[in-house]
Design a protein around this ligand. Structure first.
Ligand code: BTN
Length: 253
């Protein structure tokens, strides 16, 4: 394991490798409180024992087979209403790299990376610390199924399952860090329109009719037509009505 990444400008110049830990997001938070990490630091582990996912879910990952890591960012150029821009650049970067290994990889709003037909490959858990100055600190946790081939329950897949062979874990890691840095710097330069366009181009079910469920209408047929500036999902119903959803307000069926 290399201590720094040679192919980047600031991301991954300081890598904390932990053979085992509960959650790299929690470890990164502890190290942040102790002043041990800075913008661009990465906390990565081979064995995460209490990985956290979205909606209070757990994130399971077979030791030494997959990627589980957290990036420390200090995106103070964003204010609280622009938090979703970080989801955009991170999911876009991961999608871009995985698409070099297998076709049909998409971003599922808001945080998932999946293969259009085979299942979920990974997810992103971003935890922000917001002040009146903006986003002081952002912990970007990424979990990706790379070489795991057996899963305890249906739903997930991995790069190895999709490609039929083992994948170089550290190559995937290096490519992802490089790609996140590229998109992060574009965001910092204010290229948000371009980034949103790329996000939409790679969005799972964009412009396709599919089934959804929300608490108000129950199950309905609709198509995703885009996202708002704050990252809400726009779904046009078959009745012609346009609905906006915040995270957790709509279920993909
Ligand atoms: C999800 O799909 O629900 C998000 C999963 C995020 C998992 C990653 S693994 C590294 C980091 N540490 C955690 O505890 N969670 C994230």
């Amino acid at each position: 394991m290399h201590k720094i990444l040679a192919n980047t400008i600031f991301l991954g110049k300081d890598i904390h490798f932990l053979p085992e830990c509960h959650s790299t997001n929690d470890e990164a938070m502890q190290l942040y409180k102790q002043g041990m990490v800075r913008e661009g630091s990465i906390v990565i582990t081979d064995k995460q024992t209490k990985g956290r996912g979205q909606r209070g879910n757990q994130w399971y990952s077979e030791p030494a087979k997959n990627l589980t890591f957290t990036l420390v960012l200090a995106p103070s150029f964003l204010d609280a209403s622009q938090q979703f821009d970080l989801n955009i650049i991170v999911t876009l970067a991961v999608q871009e790299v995985l698409a070099q290994y297998a076709p049909d990889i998409k971003v599922k709003w808001p945080n998932d990376i999946l293969h259009q037909y085979e299942g979920k490959l990974g997810g992103v858990l971003i935890e922000n610390s917001v002040s009146n100055r903006g986003l002081d600190m952002s912990l970007v946790g990424i979990g990706l199924n790379v070489n795991q081939t057996d899963f305890a329950f249906p739903g997930p897949t991995s790069l190895a399952r999709l490609t039929g062979s083992e994948v170089d874990l550290w190559e995937v890691f290096r490519l992802i860090i490089k790609s996140i840095e590229k998109y992060y710097l574009l965001l910092k330069r204010g290229e948000v329109e371009l980034l949103r366009k790329l996000f939409i181009q790679n969005l799972y079910r964009y412009n396709d009719w599919a089934s959804y469920r929300d608490t108000k209408s129950g199950v309905f047929s609709g198509k995703i037509t885009g996202i708002t500036m704050e990252g809400k999902l726009k779904i046009e119903k078959d009745t012609g009505q346009l609905n906006l959803y915040a995270f957790k307000e709509v279920e993909f069926l």
